[in-house]
Design a protein around this ligand. Structure first.
Ligand SMILES: Nc1ncnc2c1ncn2[C@@H]1O[C@H](COP(=O)(O)OP(=O)(O)OP(=O)(O)O)[C@@H](O)[C@H]1O
Length: 225
């Protein structure tokens, strides 16, 4: 197995609270890994360590065997892109938003990015203010992909979307992993994790309780989540 990320005994303590407790996992290259578990389990905390939006207070996170602090943080964040829960558009026009991380992006490339996330190229000239939540989330996803990251992190990226937009975003994640990208997503939805992920990491109260192929992870079986 080629590990993209290796977490060695990773802990995160904030004051009295132990948000992550000695978590050790490897995240396989070219797979879609879902971080699942109950509310407050530490899923977002773990995800944010992977591009240094957060720092462990114990243990180490390695990218291809190198500790994350050895990388330039901005270069790391281009390599490990994050799509947040709520879409945040940064400019007034869709095309300009897609160029935020890559100014030299041509209109052709921008149109291809939109196609990749299931949006028509006619949207390039649209004002960002008029987009629906589902469209805005997919523009954010396209903007992240414009930078050509090696890894895509997604934190509950469909939790505010209607079923049709959720299905569209899920299809994009699946296709990205099928194309060889490493995708790590946080989901509170077991059915979603089963639909799109290859592997699942189950956290409860900051501790790793299971990690394996989705079909073998007990937490994801049945509808009891
Ligand atoms: N700065 C902080 N100080 C103390 N506790 C914190 C801090 N930040 C987060 N927490 C707590 O850490 C726990 C883990 O938070 P985290 O957001 O990682 O969980 P989660 O599994 O993603 O939850 P959810 O599914 O509800 O988003 C929560 O109980 C949260 O309240």
């Amino acid at each position: 197995m080629v590990a993209v990320f290796t977490l060695e005994e990773v802990s995160v303590r904030r004051g009295q609270a132990l948000l992550l407790d000695s978590v050790g996992i490897e995240i396989r290259a070219g797979s879609c890994t879902a971080l699942v578990g109950p509310s407050g389990a530490g899923k977002s905390t773990l995800l944010r360590l992977l591009n240094r939006l957060g720092e462990p207070t114990g243990g180490r996170v390695l990218l291809h065997g190198r500790p994350l602090p050895e990388f330039d943080v901005l270069a790391l964040r281009r390599r490990v892109g994050l799509v947040a829960q709520a879409p945040t558009l940064l400019t007034e026009r869709v095309l300009d938003d897609l160029r935020v991380g890559r100014q030299e992006l041509t209109e052709d490339e921008a149109a291809k990015l939109l196609e990749r996330v299931g949006l028509p190229d006619s949207m390039l000239e649209r004002p960002t203010a008029g987009l629906s939540g589902g469209e805005a989330q997919r523009v954010c996803l396209a903007r992240t992909l414009a930078v050509k990251p090696e890894v895509l992190l997604a934190d509950e990226s469909t939790s505010a979307l209607d079923p049709a937009s959720t299905a569209a975003v899920e299809a994009v994640f699946k296709q990205l992993a099928a194309d060889g990208m490493t995708v790590v997503l946080v989901s509170h939805d077991a059915a979603q994790a089963r639909r799109i992920a290859d592997e699942a990491v189950v956290l409860t109260a900051g501790r790793l309780v299971e990690h394996g192929p989705v079909a073998q992870v007990a937490y994801l079986q049945g509808d009891a989540v």
